[in-house]
Write a protein that binds this ligand. Structure first.
Ligand SMILES: [Zn+2]
Ligand SMILES: [Zn+2]
Length: 330
């Protein structure tokens, strides 16, 4: 899922692309096989796919990419990397001006003034949204008496649920968002890591992106800041793209996720559901499709809540026959 458009960043990026000799996305012909290097980054405190499950998931993903997106790919898996080692690898990005820009929108849930900023932002977001958008994204839209009621509900839910997520106890007794892992739950960390990723094209990681931010679209606010996957421009590789899938929302056994996911995915389909969700991200990466919200049974419609099994069944039922526009830049 492409998370947002920032005009300032687009401008910064345009400048950096000029210096790198062009960054627009080139159409990838479907008559050849594309090698994709995969990295598995592991937070040792959280449940992860075993090596055989990981391989099984990638085999399924490869099949789905051909079936849903029309591309043949071969995956090359790098050895597992610990989250701490990855943090070290990308630490130098902290000094870049773009990181500084991105962090301006990142809020601290424990700061009263930051929560106030979120509350104001949510008011603006809801009051300026077209009614069709609210109808599409806000569950039980008809039950609210006005937009103010929607935005205050959205704000309260965001804070309450994100708090729950960030304080989930992990296997070593620390909380999910305890330092030094706090930063690895945030959008600026992953967005910058993907832009500058070297040696791999696509990351699978067993953590989650869940943070408090302004300048986000309404569907991210409605998911309490959770993002399941992201594809971003990459300044180094020939695809000019890099992606990440977060597997914690699928694999978490904690009560919050179990209840938010709704009907639990049968164990034998766990890798298949992740594989199909990853296919959505490869639709950005390979086909350069954008997200859609109004297509039916469409692989390019992201999950709007944490019920991934429902999302999966919907995409397996039939495929979308509508036309999908190709982006020139993410
Ligand atoms: Zn998407
Ligand atoms: Zn579609």
């Amino acid at each position: 899922m492409k998370r947002r458009m920032r005009f300032l960043l687009a401008l910064l990026l345009a400048v950096s692309c000029v210096t790198l000799g062009g960054g627009t996305l080139k159409d990838l012909p479907a008559d050849r096989e594309y090698p994709i290097v995969i990295r598995h980054i592991v937070d040792p405190r959280l449940p992860a796919l075993s090596e055989s499950e990981f391989q099984d998931m990638l085999d399924r993903c490869k099949g789905y990419i051909h079936e849903y997106l029309g591309y043949r790919v071969s995956f090359f898996i790098q050895g597992n990397q610990s989250m701490q080692a990855f943090r070290e690898e990308v630490k130098k990005l902290d000094e870049l001006p773009m990181m500084h820009e991105l962090k301006k929108s990142l809020l601290d849930i424990n700061s009263e003034s930051d929560r106030e900023r979120l509350s104001k932002y949510t008011d603006e977001l809801v009051s300026s949204a077209p009614e069709t958008t609210l109808r599409r994204h806000v569950p039980g839209f008809e039950r609210y008496k006005d937009r103010k009621e929607i935005s205050s509900h959205l704000y309260r839910q965001y804070v309450e649920k994100l708090r729950k997520i960030q304080s989930i106890k992990t296997s070593d007794g620390t909380r999910l968002a305890d330092a030094p892992y706090d930063v690895t739950l945030t959008y600026p960390f992953w967005d910058m890591a993907l832009r500058h990723l070297k040696g791999a094209h696509f990351i699978f990681t067993n953590t989650i992106m869940a943070d408090m931010e302004v300048d986000i679209p309404i569907y991210v606010a409605l998911r309490y800041g959770i993002t399941t996957g992201l594809v971003e421009h990459n300044i180094h590789n020939s695809y000019r793209a890099a992606g990440v899938i977060f597997t914690y929302p699928f694999l978490a056994r904690d009560g919050f996720f179990v209840s938010e996911r709704g009907k639990e995915t049968p164990a034998e389909l766990a890798t298949d559901v992740i594989a199909l969700y990853a296919t959505h991200e490869f639709g950005h990466f390979l086909n350069h499709f954008r997200d859609y919200y109004d297509h039916e049974n469409c692989i390019m419609v992201p999950a709007h809540d944490l019920d991934y099994y429902r999302w999966y069944r919907d995409k397996k039922e039939k495929k979308c026959a509508l036309k999908h526009e190709k982006l020139k830049m993410f």
